[in-house]
Design a protein around this ligand. Structure first.
Ligand SMILES: [Zn+2]
Length: 436
């Protein structure tokens, strides 16, 4: 006889408690606990300890398993996956609504036209998907559409359709299981359904892509609770102001993490950006306040233009504004420039922006930000064939950053002749003297 019990589950982190509380004790978010009725069946295995135990094996005797990977047909997507789909791999692709998750999945389906793909659509209607496919000029002969939200029907369909090469579920939040009484999209449902789909994927050896929506707070409905169930977590990022999209891995059991894929949004879908540096250096003006830096995105060096503008402060308090760069870091760098390099910025508003709308978080951009600010303040342009990178320390020193050689090579490949970095220059003031 199945037993019913009531649990309160945090919708942000998955914390469970038998009693309602206003604030989640785990993740400290308010009013995030939701009542969930869980049907529990006493497991037959849990009480017995007579399970067959696995044998220990020497690591040196383990044969490295080689997976036959299924290429997605999109180079940038394969790069992020580490070469393609692995049988039984469960991937969650998360992103804000409208960022292009469904578009990229339709494109993968188009690329895999000789493969059999099950497309579970709980989010959109079949005719909506048909319209998008038509817009992209895609016949969709290989797509088996399945408009269903019950997870058991989905796993049954995975089993019944022999010879499936890929399963796409759009989205995991729409799936429900009758075993849980909570609403679709709640953490209990999402977690339960992900577990059931994962079990089916492993058993049948079919790769599965789950679409996950990001909530208003910026989290996939329970990324933390799903992360340990699935094999790979991908985030598709981008904003409505700019046309490019970045696909990042935050977990990958079958490939490298921190790898990124770049795409550009076009009318017919997302286009791969094979050489992002060229894209970000387009429309460059040879004025003061512009400095080129090299930032590592995953294992790929990318050149960015850092722009700075200094103007005399009109009000008493100088403004520091940054887009695509941390304002806190900018304030630290301004302090270094004032104290260690003798620049007077206390009566100047400073604006810093990364051209192209990209976000740069790496400290390697520090020195270039300093050079751009100094260049704008002195109204002297920096040599357009010079790249600058290095981390700035509080005592005004320039620190080495990882992959200096690869950064220099990428710059050279794009025709830059001068490199200002920690291996050549030791202090910020010397770097400024060199570029200006
Ligand atoms: Zn919580």
């Amino acid at each position: 006889m199945p037993k019913q019990k009531t649990l309160y589950i945090c919708q942000q982190c998955g914390y469970e408690t038998p009693q309602w509380v206003g604030q989640c004790p785990d993740c400290k978010s308010w009013n995030s606990l939701e009542e969930t009725v869980v049907t529990t069946q006493k497991s037959a295995i849990s009480s017995s300890r007579n399970v067959a135990t696995a044998k220990t094996v020497k690591l040196s005797e383990v044969q490295p398993s080689s997976f036959s990977r299924l290429s997605s047909g999109i180079g940038e997507f394969d790069r992020v996956l580490g070469g393609g789909f692995v049988p039984g791999q469960v991937i969650i692709i998360a992103g804000e609504p409208g960022v292009g998750k469904s578009t990229i999945l339709t494109q993968i389906s188009r690329q895999l036209s000789d493969k059999k793909i099950l497309y579970v659509c709980g989010e959109e209607s079949v005719s909506q998907i048909k319209l998008r496919a038509q817009r992209m000029g895609y016949e969709a002969d290989n797509l088996l559409m399945f408009a269903e939200t019950d997870v058991f029907a989905v796993t049954q369909a995975m089993q019944d359709n022999a010879g499936l090469d890929l399963v796409i579920i759009d989205s995991i939040q729409t799936l429900t299981t009758s075993e849980l009484n909570s609403a679709a999209g709640s953490i209990g449902q999402v977690r339960g359904c992900t577990q059931l789909v994962t079990n089916a994927a492993k058993r049948l050896g079919i790769p599965v892509i789950l679409v996950g929506h990001i909530t208003k707070q910026g989290a996939v409905a329970g990324p933390k609770v799903l992360e340990h169930i699935v094999d790979t977590v991908l985030y598709l990022e981008g904003d409505s102001q700019h046309l490019f999209r970045v696909l990042r891995t935050s977990k990958n059991r079958f490939g490298p993490v921190s790898e990124v894929g770049m795409f550009e949004m076009e009318e017919g879908g997302l286009r791969e950006v094979v050489n992002p540096s060229e894209l970000f250096l387009e429309n460059r003006q040879q004025t003061s306040g512009s400095c080129i830096t090299v930032v590592m995105e995953g294992y790929r060096p990318i050149l960015f233009e850092i722009q700075a503008l200094t103007t005399p402060t009109a009000f008493g308090y100088p403004r520091r504004t940054a887009s695509g760069f941390s304002v806190n870091r900018l304030q630290v760098l301004i302090a270094i420039l004032e104290k260690r390099c003798g620049l007077n910025l206390s009566n100047q508003d400073v604006y810093v922006s990364i051209a192209g709308g990209f976000k740069v978080a790496e400290y390697a951009a520090d020195l270039a930000v300093c050079c751009a600010i100094a260049s704008s303040l002195k109204d002297k342009p920096i040599d357009p064939k010079t790249v600058v990178y290095g981390e700035c320390g509080l005592s005004g020193e320039v620190r080495r950053v990882p992959h200096e050689e690869r950064r220099a090579q990428e710059a050279k490949k794009l025709g830059f002749t001068g490199v200002v970095s920690a291996s050549r220059i030791k202090s910020v003031s010397k770097a400024l003297a060199q570029v200006l």
